[in-house]
Ligand binder design. Structure first.
Ligand code: RIB
Ligand code: CA
Length: 313
């Protein structure tokens, strides 16, 4: 089978960075045709620099397009308390060598998808959905042309930025609502499944033991990342974003079911909440496949194997 063409819209962020690397290390399954960046974990100038730092260090050759510097309507909320001031603290990656690709990320998403046969490009989104919503608004045909949108975000249960909301959905709930009502096939990785995929000390040691410059950089960034967290019993070191890529490479690692999903855009206490109708108690038709179970050991076995392919440096 020829590799699946993907565009990765992200806000690096250590976990986004691992998603980029896993995609670059999986050319049999994935053709990463572009990376687009959005403000989220850290401001756009940093997420755009971080994406290029990761691609450069891995020796990749993927264009990086910068997108939205703020959400559609809300003020930007960032997460330096989790990812550090640079967004990639702990990695020690050198500054980017490559320039940004010209043009806005949303324009690039539309043009790249239109340049390929219908249903041949999958859009992976691991940050706030601002660029994705803008692209859908820019090109009403985008929805039919995309194979699917595979996204990390939302929660069936508890949120991580408020009791109700997960960070990506909270930062831009209006964009998220546009995406979930666009009629595009969606595969959703909420916190309930990504919190199962955590970097433990043992898993970190195995990544470091790969011994390449790139594996050492990944171990450094994940050592920083897993040390951050809010409450003692809050899940730490979850590799949220690479779950999307791992599923594209090895679908059996995850399981879920079609659900109706709605995004709260008005409530001051539950803004960004994803209401996932897991038991089908409403008459709303499913608009997403929601993943809820993960094979975490299988995920890390895949990640270690693929990271070992990337020398880096
Ligand atoms: O809530 C976790 C998500 O928010 C991840 O994508 C992380 O990188 C941040 O963007
Ligand atoms: Ca992210």
């Amino acid at each position: 089978m020829s590799p699946r063409a993907i565009i990765l819209d992200c806000d690096p962020g250590q976990d986004d960075a691992v998603a980029i690397l896993l995609a670059l290390a999986s050319p049999e399954e994935l053709e990463l045709i572009a990376i687009t960046t959005v403000a989220g974990n850290v401001p756009l100038v940093r997420t755009s620099a971080n994406a290029r730092r990761v691609v450069d260090f891995a020796g990749g050759d993927v264009p990086v397009y910068a997108g939205a510097a703020k959400p559609l309507l809300r003020p930007l909320a960032t997460a330096e308390h989790v990812h550090g001031a640079t967004g990639l603290d702990g990695s020690e990656l050198p500054p980017p060598r490559r320039p940004l690709a010209p043009g806005h990320a949303s324009r690039a998403i539309v043009d790249l998808v239109r340049a390929r046969p219908p249903k041949s490009v999958t859009l992976v989104a691991t940050g706030p959905l601002t660029n994705v919503a803008l692209a859908l608004a820019l090109a009403p045909d985008l929805g039919e042309r995309l194979e699917a949108i595979v996204l990390m975000g939302g929660a069936i249960g508890l949120g991580n930025v408020t009791p109700a909301a997960e960070f990506n959905m909270f930062v831009d709930p209006h964009a998220a609502a546009m995406v979930f009502t666009a009629g595009v096939p969606i595969v959703m990785f909420p916190l309930d499944v990504t919190w199962q995929v955590r970097v433990t000390a043992e898993r970190l040691a195995r990544i470091a033991a790969i011994g390449t410059p790139l594996a050492r950089a990944v171990a450094g960034m994940l050592a920083f990342y897993r040390g951050r967290g809010t409450r003692e019993d809050a899940p730490r070191g979850a590799l949220h974003d690479p779950c999307t890529i791992a599923w594209l490479v090895e679908p059996r690692l995850f399981s879920g079911r079609p659900c109706a999903v709605e995004v709260e855009t008005a409530s001051p206490t539950a803004l960004g909440r994803t209401l996932v109708d897991w038991f089908g108690v409403t008459d709303r038709p499913p608009n997403a496949t929601v993943m809820r179970e993960a094979d975490a050991d299988g995920f890390f076995a895949l990640l270690e194997k693929r990271l070992a392919r990337l020398g880096g440096g």
